[in-house]
Design a protein around this ligand. Structure first.
Ligand SMILES: Nc1ncnc2c1ncn2[C@@H]1O[C@H](COP(=O)(O)OP(=O)(O)OP(=O)(O)O)[C@@H](O)[C@H]1O
Ligand SMILES: [Mg+2]
Length: 435
Protein backbone atom coordinates (compact mmCIF):
# COMPACT_ATOMS: atom_id res chain seq x y z
CA UNK A 1 0.00 0.00 0.00
CA UNK A 2 2.79 2.40 0.92
CA UNK A 3 4.57 1.83 -2.37
CA UNK A 4 1.36 2.46 -4.25
CA UNK A 5 0.76 5.83 -2.68
CA UNK A 6 4.43 6.63 -3.11
CA UNK A 7 4.08 6.33 -6.89
CA UNK A 8 1.36 8.97 -7.00
CA UNK A 9 2.28 12.28 -8.56
CA UNK A 10 -0.01 13.87 -6.04
CA UNK A 11 1.32 14.66 -2.57
CA UNK A 12 -0.67 13.00 0.23
CA UNK A 13 -0.68 13.70 3.96
CA UNK A 14 -2.89 12.43 6.73
CA UNK A 15 -3.07 14.12 10.11
CA UNK A 16 -4.93 13.61 13.36
CA UNK A 17 -7.50 16.14 14.49
CA UNK A 18 -4.83 18.35 16.03
CA UNK A 19 -2.96 18.58 12.77
CA UNK A 20 -0.17 16.20 13.77
CA UNK A 21 1.25 14.47 10.68
CA UNK A 22 0.49 10.74 10.73
CA UNK A 23 1.42 9.58 7.23
CA UNK A 24 2.76 11.10 4.05
CA UNK A 25 3.97 9.89 0.68
CA UNK A 26 7.18 10.62 -1.21
CA UNK A 27 5.71 13.40 -3.31
CA UNK A 28 4.54 15.24 -0.20
CA UNK A 29 8.02 14.92 1.23
CA UNK A 30 9.54 16.21 -1.99
CA UNK A 31 7.23 19.19 -1.99
CA UNK A 32 7.40 20.15 1.67
CA UNK A 33 10.93 19.05 2.52
CA UNK A 34 12.48 17.10 5.35
CA UNK A 35 10.50 18.91 8.04
CA UNK A 36 7.64 16.56 7.31
CA UNK A 37 9.54 13.56 8.67
CA UNK A 38 10.43 15.01 12.07
CA UNK A 39 8.61 13.49 15.02
CA UNK A 40 6.78 16.69 15.94
CA UNK A 41 5.79 17.55 12.35
CA UNK A 42 2.42 19.24 12.13
CA UNK A 43 0.27 21.09 9.62
CA UNK A 44 0.99 24.30 11.47
CA UNK A 45 4.73 23.90 10.98
CA UNK A 46 4.38 22.95 7.32
CA UNK A 47 1.67 25.31 6.09
CA UNK A 48 1.62 28.03 8.73
CA UNK A 49 -0.66 28.10 11.76
CA UNK A 50 -3.42 30.18 10.20
CA UNK A 51 -3.95 27.78 7.33
CA UNK A 52 -3.58 24.76 9.60
CA UNK A 53 -6.30 26.13 11.89
CA UNK A 54 -8.56 26.73 8.94
CA UNK A 55 -8.14 23.16 7.71
CA UNK A 56 -8.61 21.62 11.14
CA UNK A 57 -11.62 23.80 11.80
CA UNK A 58 -13.44 23.29 8.51
CA UNK A 59 -12.47 19.70 7.76
CA UNK A 60 -11.94 18.27 11.23
CA UNK A 61 -14.82 19.95 13.10
CA UNK A 62 -17.34 20.80 10.41
CA UNK A 63 -16.47 17.73 8.36
CA UNK A 64 -16.50 19.65 5.11
CA UNK A 65 -14.19 19.29 2.15
CA UNK A 66 -11.83 22.22 1.68
CA UNK A 67 -10.23 23.16 -1.60
CA UNK A 68 -7.76 25.99 -1.53
CA UNK A 69 -4.93 27.57 -3.45
CA UNK A 70 -1.83 28.22 -1.32
CA UNK A 71 1.56 29.75 -1.69
CA UNK A 72 4.10 28.38 0.75
CA UNK A 73 7.65 29.42 1.41
CA UNK A 74 9.17 25.98 1.31
CA UNK A 75 12.85 25.39 0.68
CA UNK A 76 14.33 25.84 -1.86
CA UNK A 77 11.52 27.66 -3.65
CA UNK A 78 8.18 29.26 -3.11
CA UNK A 79 5.50 26.68 -3.75
CA UNK A 80 2.22 27.27 -5.44
CA UNK A 81 -0.16 24.50 -4.44
CA UNK A 82 -3.74 23.47 -4.77
CA UNK A 83 -4.74 21.62 -1.66
CA UNK A 84 -7.72 19.38 -1.26
CA UNK A 85 -8.53 18.35 2.32
CA UNK A 86 -11.26 15.95 3.42
CA UNK A 87 -12.22 14.30 6.69
CA UNK A 88 -11.26 10.67 7.35
CA UNK A 89 -14.38 9.13 8.80
CA UNK A 90 -14.92 5.68 10.25
CA UNK A 91 -17.87 4.25 12.19
CA UNK A 92 -16.36 5.98 15.24
CA UNK A 93 -16.67 9.38 13.61
CA UNK A 94 -14.00 11.69 12.24
CA UNK A 95 -10.56 10.27 12.89
CA UNK A 96 -8.35 12.62 11.00
CA UNK A 97 -7.78 14.63 7.86
CA UNK A 98 -6.51 13.54 4.45
CA UNK A 99 -4.83 16.21 2.38
CA UNK A 100 -3.90 16.03 -1.28
CA UNK A 101 -1.33 18.47 -2.63
CA UNK A 102 -0.97 19.36 -6.29
CA UNK A 103 1.48 21.74 -7.84
CA UNK A 104 -0.15 24.44 -9.87
CA UNK A 105 2.17 23.92 -12.79
CA UNK A 106 0.60 20.49 -13.23
CA UNK A 107 -2.93 21.78 -12.97
CA UNK A 108 -2.07 24.43 -15.50
CA UNK A 109 -0.77 21.83 -17.90
CA UNK A 110 -3.98 19.87 -17.57
CA UNK A 111 -6.14 22.93 -18.11
CA UNK A 112 -4.23 23.72 -21.25
CA UNK A 113 -4.32 20.22 -22.57
CA UNK A 114 -8.07 20.06 -22.26
CA UNK A 115 -8.91 23.53 -23.47
CA UNK A 116 -8.61 25.10 -26.89
CA UNK A 117 -5.18 23.88 -27.89
CA UNK A 118 -5.91 20.77 -29.85
CA UNK A 119 -4.16 22.10 -32.95
CA UNK A 120 -0.41 22.11 -33.16
CA UNK A 121 0.35 24.28 -36.14
CA UNK A 122 3.95 24.25 -37.25
CA UNK A 123 5.97 26.34 -39.67
CA UNK A 124 5.20 23.79 -42.39
CA UNK A 125 1.49 24.50 -42.01
CA UNK A 126 2.07 28.03 -43.25
CA UNK A 127 1.70 27.30 -46.93
CA UNK A 128 3.16 29.36 -49.72
CA UNK A 129 6.05 29.54 -52.16
CA UNK A 130 6.31 33.30 -52.47
CA UNK A 131 9.29 35.21 -51.20
CA UNK A 132 7.40 36.84 -48.32
CA UNK A 133 6.25 33.44 -47.09
CA UNK A 134 9.70 31.86 -47.40
CA UNK A 135 11.14 34.79 -45.48
CA UNK A 136 8.41 34.40 -42.90
CA UNK A 137 9.39 30.74 -42.37
CA UNK A 138 13.01 31.72 -41.80
CA UNK A 139 12.11 34.53 -39.46
CA UNK A 140 9.87 32.31 -37.34
CA UNK A 141 12.62 29.75 -36.96
CA UNK A 142 15.21 32.29 -35.96
CA UNK A 143 13.13 34.11 -33.37
CA UNK A 144 11.12 31.22 -31.91
CA UNK A 145 13.22 30.58 -28.84
CA UNK A 146 13.87 34.17 -27.80
CA UNK A 147 11.76 35.71 -25.06
CA UNK A 148 11.37 39.08 -26.75
CA UNK A 149 7.85 40.21 -27.52
CA UNK A 150 6.59 39.69 -31.07
CA UNK A 151 4.10 41.92 -32.82
CA UNK A 152 2.35 40.30 -35.77
CA UNK A 153 0.70 42.65 -38.24
CA UNK A 154 -1.41 41.76 -41.21
CA UNK A 155 -4.84 42.23 -42.74
CA UNK A 156 -7.74 40.10 -41.65
CA UNK A 157 -7.37 36.46 -42.64
CA UNK A 158 -3.66 36.59 -43.47
CA UNK A 159 -2.80 33.96 -40.88
CA UNK A 160 -1.73 35.94 -37.81
CA UNK A 161 -2.95 33.36 -35.35
CA UNK A 162 -1.44 30.57 -37.43
CA UNK A 163 1.93 32.33 -37.30
CA UNK A 164 1.67 32.89 -33.54
CA UNK A 165 1.06 29.18 -32.99
CA UNK A 166 3.87 28.22 -35.34
CA UNK A 167 6.29 30.45 -33.41
CA UNK A 168 5.24 28.83 -30.15
CA UNK A 169 5.56 25.31 -31.50
CA UNK A 170 8.92 25.76 -33.13
CA UNK A 171 10.96 26.91 -30.19
CA UNK A 172 11.77 26.18 -26.58
CA UNK A 173 8.45 27.66 -25.43
CA UNK A 174 6.60 24.76 -26.99
CA UNK A 175 7.28 22.80 -23.81
CA UNK A 176 4.88 25.14 -22.05
CA UNK A 177 1.27 26.10 -22.76
CA UNK A 178 -0.05 28.29 -25.57
CA UNK A 179 -2.73 30.55 -24.14
CA UNK A 180 -4.69 32.87 -26.43
CA UNK A 181 -6.91 35.76 -25.53
CA UNK A 182 -8.81 38.01 -27.87
CA UNK A 183 -8.71 41.56 -26.52
CA UNK A 184 -11.57 42.78 -28.69
CA UNK A 185 -13.98 39.95 -27.89
CA UNK A 186 -14.09 40.52 -24.14
CA UNK A 187 -15.54 43.58 -22.38
CA UNK A 188 -12.71 45.60 -20.84
CA UNK A 189 -13.78 45.11 -17.23
CA UNK A 190 -13.66 41.35 -17.74
CA UNK A 191 -10.50 41.46 -19.79
CA UNK A 192 -8.61 42.78 -16.81
CA UNK A 193 -9.54 39.83 -14.62
CA UNK A 194 -9.07 37.41 -17.51
CA UNK A 195 -5.51 38.63 -17.98
CA UNK A 196 -4.40 39.10 -14.41
CA UNK A 197 -6.79 36.99 -12.34
CA UNK A 198 -8.17 37.98 -8.96
CA UNK A 199 -8.07 37.01 -5.34
CA UNK A 200 -10.91 35.75 -3.25
CA UNK A 201 -13.31 38.61 -2.53
CA UNK A 202 -11.60 41.08 -4.87
CA UNK A 203 -14.97 42.39 -6.04
CA UNK A 204 -18.64 41.50 -5.76
CA UNK A 205 -19.31 38.49 -7.87
CA UNK A 206 -15.70 37.34 -7.71
CA UNK A 207 -15.51 33.60 -7.48
CA UNK A 208 -14.64 32.08 -4.17
CA UNK A 209 -11.04 31.04 -3.97
CA UNK A 210 -10.02 33.58 -6.61
CA UNK A 211 -9.09 32.91 -10.18
CA UNK A 212 -5.93 32.59 -12.18
CA UNK A 213 -5.39 34.98 -15.04
CA UNK A 214 -4.11 34.09 -18.50
CA UNK A 215 -0.66 35.39 -17.63
CA UNK A 216 -0.36 32.82 -14.87
CA UNK A 217 -1.89 30.10 -17.01
CA UNK A 218 0.66 30.82 -19.72
CA UNK A 219 3.62 30.63 -17.33
CA UNK A 220 6.65 29.01 -19.02
CA UNK A 221 4.79 29.19 -22.32
CA UNK A 222 3.31 31.67 -24.78
CA UNK A 223 0.57 34.24 -24.21
CA UNK A 224 -1.06 35.32 -27.47
CA UNK A 225 -2.72 38.73 -27.16
CA UNK A 226 -4.90 38.88 -30.24
CA UNK A 227 -6.34 42.21 -31.48
CA UNK A 228 -4.15 44.13 -29.09
CA UNK A 229 -5.10 47.38 -30.85
CA UNK A 230 -8.51 47.07 -29.22
CA UNK A 231 -7.23 46.99 -25.66
CA UNK A 232 -8.51 49.77 -23.39
CA UNK A 233 -5.98 52.40 -22.33
CA UNK A 234 -5.94 51.56 -18.63
CA UNK A 235 -5.12 47.96 -19.51
CA UNK A 236 -2.40 49.08 -21.88
CA UNK A 237 -0.77 50.76 -18.89
CA UNK A 238 -1.05 47.62 -16.80
CA UNK A 239 0.23 45.44 -19.60
CA UNK A 240 3.26 47.65 -20.11
CA UNK A 241 4.12 47.34 -16.44
CA UNK A 242 3.82 43.55 -16.55
CA UNK A 243 6.04 43.33 -19.61
CA UNK A 244 8.67 45.47 -17.94
CA UNK A 245 8.64 43.85 -14.56
CA UNK A 246 7.76 40.32 -15.61
CA UNK A 247 5.40 39.95 -12.72
CA UNK A 248 1.69 40.38 -12.33
CA UNK A 249 -0.58 41.36 -9.51
CA UNK A 250 -3.96 39.77 -9.28
CA UNK A 251 -6.89 42.12 -8.76
CA UNK A 252 -7.20 42.46 -4.99
CA UNK A 253 -3.90 40.63 -4.61
CA UNK A 254 -1.39 41.63 -1.98
CA UNK A 255 1.85 40.59 -3.59
CA UNK A 256 3.27 40.29 -7.09
CA UNK A 257 3.59 36.91 -8.77
CA UNK A 258 6.55 36.35 -11.09
CA UNK A 259 5.62 35.15 -14.57
CA UNK A 260 7.92 33.75 -17.21
CA UNK A 261 5.93 34.20 -20.38
CA UNK A 262 6.68 34.81 -24.05
CA UNK A 263 4.19 37.38 -25.30
CA UNK A 264 3.04 37.46 -28.92
CA UNK A 265 0.64 40.22 -29.87
CA UNK A 266 -1.29 40.64 -33.10
CA UNK A 267 -3.43 43.29 -34.70
CA UNK A 268 -4.76 44.36 -38.06
CA UNK A 269 -5.19 47.94 -36.92
CA UNK A 270 -2.98 50.84 -37.83
CA UNK A 271 -1.19 51.29 -34.50
CA UNK A 272 0.91 54.21 -35.71
CA UNK A 273 -2.23 56.11 -36.60
CA UNK A 274 -3.80 55.13 -33.30
CA UNK A 275 -0.76 56.49 -31.48
CA UNK A 276 -1.05 59.75 -33.38
CA UNK A 277 -4.69 59.96 -32.35
CA UNK A 278 -3.88 59.16 -28.74
CA UNK A 279 -5.68 55.81 -28.79
CA UNK A 280 -2.68 53.56 -28.35
CA UNK A 281 0.18 54.17 -25.98
CA UNK A 282 3.49 54.82 -27.65
CA UNK A 283 5.51 53.31 -24.79
CA UNK A 284 3.56 50.06 -25.01
CA UNK A 285 3.99 50.05 -28.77
CA UNK A 286 7.78 50.12 -28.46
CA UNK A 287 7.66 47.49 -25.75
CA UNK A 288 5.66 45.00 -27.85
CA UNK A 289 7.17 45.80 -31.21
CA UNK A 290 10.56 44.32 -30.35
CA UNK A 291 10.25 41.70 -33.09
CA UNK A 292 7.87 42.95 -35.76
CA UNK A 293 6.40 40.45 -38.20
CA UNK A 294 4.35 41.67 -41.13
CA UNK A 295 2.33 39.21 -43.14
CA UNK A 296 1.82 40.35 -46.70
CA UNK A 297 -1.77 40.37 -48.00
CA UNK A 298 -2.60 37.60 -50.45
CA UNK A 299 -2.94 40.01 -53.40
CA UNK A 300 0.76 40.82 -53.04
CA UNK A 301 1.80 37.18 -53.26
CA UNK A 302 -0.52 35.66 -55.82
CA UNK A 303 1.92 32.86 -56.54
CA UNK A 304 0.73 31.32 -53.25
CA UNK A 305 -2.86 30.99 -54.45
CA UNK A 306 -2.24 27.77 -56.35
CA UNK A 307 -0.60 25.88 -53.45
CA UNK A 308 -3.27 27.06 -51.06
CA UNK A 309 -6.05 26.00 -53.43
CA UNK A 310 -4.60 22.54 -53.89
CA UNK A 311 -4.33 22.13 -50.17
CA UNK A 312 -7.91 23.28 -49.56
CA UNK A 313 -9.21 21.07 -52.38
CA UNK A 314 -7.57 18.04 -50.75
CA UNK A 315 -9.08 18.99 -47.46
CA UNK A 316 -12.61 19.40 -48.81
CA UNK A 317 -12.31 16.27 -50.95
CA UNK A 318 -12.03 14.41 -47.69
CA UNK A 319 -14.58 16.41 -45.75
CA UNK A 320 -17.22 16.41 -48.47
CA UNK A 321 -16.33 13.01 -49.84
CA UNK A 322 -15.61 14.36 -53.34
CA UNK A 323 -12.96 13.62 -55.88
CA UNK A 324 -11.99 16.93 -57.42
CA UNK A 325 -8.67 16.63 -59.23
CA UNK A 326 -8.01 19.95 -60.94
CA UNK A 327 -9.06 23.55 -61.52
CA UNK A 328 -9.79 24.87 -65.01
CA UNK A 329 -7.63 27.60 -66.43
CA UNK A 330 -10.50 30.07 -66.25
CA UNK A 331 -10.99 29.25 -62.58
CA UNK A 332 -7.34 29.91 -61.78
CA UNK A 333 -7.42 33.13 -63.76
CA UNK A 334 -10.40 34.48 -61.82
CA UNK A 335 -8.67 33.70 -58.55
CA UNK A 336 -5.62 35.60 -59.71
CA UNK A 337 -7.58 38.64 -60.81
CA UNK A 338 -9.46 39.00 -57.58
CA UNK A 339 -8.05 41.26 -54.87
CA UNK A 340 -8.83 39.04 -51.82
CA UNK A 341 -9.73 41.59 -49.16
CA UNK A 342 -10.42 38.66 -46.80
CA UNK A 343 -7.09 37.04 -47.72
CA UNK A 344 -6.47 33.34 -47.10
CA UNK A 345 -9.64 32.91 -45.09
CA UNK A 346 -11.70 34.25 -47.99
CA UNK A 347 -9.84 32.00 -50.41
CA UNK A 348 -10.54 29.02 -48.22
CA UNK A 349 -14.23 29.92 -48.07
CA UNK A 350 -14.37 30.37 -51.84
CA UNK A 351 -12.89 26.91 -52.36
CA UNK A 352 -15.28 25.40 -49.86
CA UNK A 353 -18.16 27.01 -51.72
CA UNK A 354 -16.90 25.77 -55.09
CA UNK A 355 -16.28 22.28 -53.74
CA UNK A 356 -19.86 22.09 -52.54
CA UNK A 357 -21.12 22.90 -56.02
CA UNK A 358 -18.62 20.73 -57.89
CA UNK A 359 -20.30 17.98 -59.86
CA UNK A 360 -17.38 16.45 -61.73
CA UNK A 361 -13.71 16.06 -60.97
CA UNK A 362 -12.78 19.70 -61.59
CA UNK A 363 -13.58 23.21 -60.44
CA UNK A 364 -14.75 25.79 -62.96
CA UNK A 365 -15.70 29.46 -62.98
CA UNK A 366 -19.41 28.73 -62.52
CA UNK A 367 -18.72 27.32 -59.10
CA UNK A 368 -17.12 30.49 -57.77
CA UNK A 369 -19.07 32.86 -55.51
CA UNK A 370 -20.54 35.70 -57.60
CA UNK A 371 -18.37 38.38 -56.02
CA UNK A 372 -15.25 36.64 -57.27
CA UNK A 373 -16.62 35.40 -60.57
CA UNK A 374 -17.83 38.80 -61.68
CA UNK A 375 -14.78 40.63 -60.59
CA UNK A 376 -13.79 43.71 -62.42
CA UNK A 377 -10.31 44.85 -61.83
CA UNK A 378 -10.88 46.80 -58.64
CA UNK A 379 -7.19 47.22 -58.06
CA UNK A 380 -6.96 49.69 -60.89
CA UNK A 381 -7.58 53.13 -59.55
CA UNK A 382 -10.31 55.01 -61.30
CA UNK A 383 -11.64 58.49 -60.84
CA UNK A 384 -14.33 58.02 -63.40
CA UNK A 385 -17.56 58.76 -61.57
CA UNK A 386 -19.56 56.15 -63.42
CA UNK A 387 -17.04 53.43 -62.67
CA UNK A 388 -16.99 54.47 -59.01
CA UNK A 389 -20.77 54.57 -58.86
CA UNK A 390 -21.05 51.11 -60.38
CA UNK A 391 -18.51 49.73 -57.92
CA UNK A 392 -20.28 51.32 -54.98
CA UNK A 393 -23.64 49.89 -56.00
CA UNK A 394 -22.20 46.43 -56.58
CA UNK A 395 -20.38 46.34 -53.28
CA UNK A 396 -23.40 47.54 -51.44
CA UNK A 397 -25.58 44.87 -53.00
CA UNK A 398 -22.97 42.25 -52.24
CA UNK A 399 -23.21 43.26 -48.63
CA UNK A 400 -26.98 43.43 -48.28
CA UNK A 401 -28.06 40.95 -50.93
CA UNK A 402 -30.49 41.51 -53.78
CA UNK A 403 -33.69 40.53 -52.03
CA UNK A 404 -36.25 43.33 -51.92
CA UNK A 405 -35.19 44.08 -48.35
CA UNK A 406 -31.52 43.98 -49.30
CA UNK A 407 -32.10 46.50 -52.07
CA UNK A 408 -34.01 48.75 -49.73
CA UNK A 409 -31.11 48.74 -47.28
CA UNK A 410 -28.61 49.24 -50.09
CA UNK A 411 -30.55 52.22 -51.42
CA UNK A 412 -30.60 53.74 -47.96
CA UNK A 413 -26.89 53.20 -47.55
CA UNK A 414 -26.21 54.72 -50.97
CA UNK A 415 -28.40 57.67 -50.19
CA UNK A 416 -30.70 57.20 -53.20
CA UNK A 417 -34.31 56.14 -53.65
CA UNK A 418 -35.22 52.57 -54.44
CA UNK A 419 -36.47 53.48 -57.92
CA UNK A 420 -33.18 55.18 -58.70
CA UNK A 421 -31.33 52.10 -57.54
CA UNK A 422 -33.33 49.91 -59.94
CA UNK A 423 -32.67 52.32 -62.79
CA UNK A 424 -28.94 52.44 -62.12
CA UNK A 425 -28.71 48.67 -61.76
CA UNK A 426 -30.31 48.35 -65.17
CA UNK A 427 -28.06 50.97 -66.67
CA UNK A 428 -24.85 49.41 -65.32
CA UNK A 429 -25.98 45.90 -66.14
CA UNK A 430 -25.87 44.79 -62.51
CA UNK A 431 -27.79 41.57 -62.38
CA UNK A 432 -30.43 40.63 -59.92
CA UNK A 433 -28.48 37.71 -58.56
CA UNK A 434 -27.81 36.77 -54.98
CA UNK A 435 -24.41 38.11 -54.05
N1 LIG B 1 -0.23 30.65 -45.30
C1 LIG B 1 -1.28 29.92 -44.92
N2 LIG B 1 -1.31 28.58 -45.15
C2 LIG B 1 -2.37 27.84 -44.80
N3 LIG B 1 -3.45 28.31 -44.19
C3 LIG B 1 -3.49 29.62 -43.92
C4 LIG B 1 -2.42 30.48 -44.26
N4 LIG B 1 -2.73 31.73 -43.86
C5 LIG B 1 -3.95 31.65 -43.31
N5 LIG B 1 -4.41 30.38 -43.32
C6 LIG B 1 -5.72 29.93 -42.83
O1 LIG B 1 -6.63 31.00 -42.99
C7 LIG B 1 -7.50 31.12 -41.88
C8 LIG B 1 -7.33 32.46 -41.22
O2 LIG B 1 -6.09 32.51 -40.51
P1 LIG B 1 -5.91 33.24 -39.11
O3 LIG B 1 -7.12 33.03 -38.28
O4 LIG B 1 -4.61 32.86 -38.57
O5 LIG B 1 -5.90 34.74 -39.64
P2 LIG B 1 -5.85 36.10 -38.84
O6 LIG B 1 -4.82 36.95 -39.49
O7 LIG B 1 -5.70 35.82 -37.38
O8 LIG B 1 -7.29 36.71 -39.16
P3 LIG B 1 -8.14 37.80 -38.33
O9 LIG B 1 -7.43 39.11 -38.45
O10 LIG B 1 -9.44 37.82 -39.05
O11 LIG B 1 -8.21 37.31 -36.93
C9 LIG B 1 -7.16 29.95 -40.97
O12 LIG B 1 -8.03 28.89 -41.28
C10 LIG B 1 -5.73 29.63 -41.35
O13 LIG B 1 -5.42 28.28 -41.07
MG1 LIG C 1 -6.95 36.25 -35.78
Amino acid sequence: MKSIIDCLEEGLITTDLNGKIMHYNKTAQKLLGEAISSSNASLGLLLGSKRADEIINIVGSKQKVLEKEMRIDAKPERLHLMIHARPITTEKGVQGIAIALNQFTKIRRLVNRYSSNETNYTVEDILGVSKPIRQLHEKIKSIASSNSTVLIRGESGTGKELVARAIHNYGAWSQGPFVAINCSAIPESLLESELFGYEDGAFTGARKGGKMGKFELADKGTLFLDEIGDMAQFLQVKLLRVLQERRIERIGGLYPIPVDVRVIAATNRDLEKMIAQGEFREDLYYRINVIPINIAPLRERKEDIDVLCRYFIDEYNQQLNKDVKYMTEGFGKKLCEYSWPGNVRELQNAIEYAMNLAAGDFLDVEQLPVGIREVEDEDTVSFNLEVLERRAIRRCLQQYGTTVEGKQKAAEELGIGIATLYRKMKRYGIKDVEA
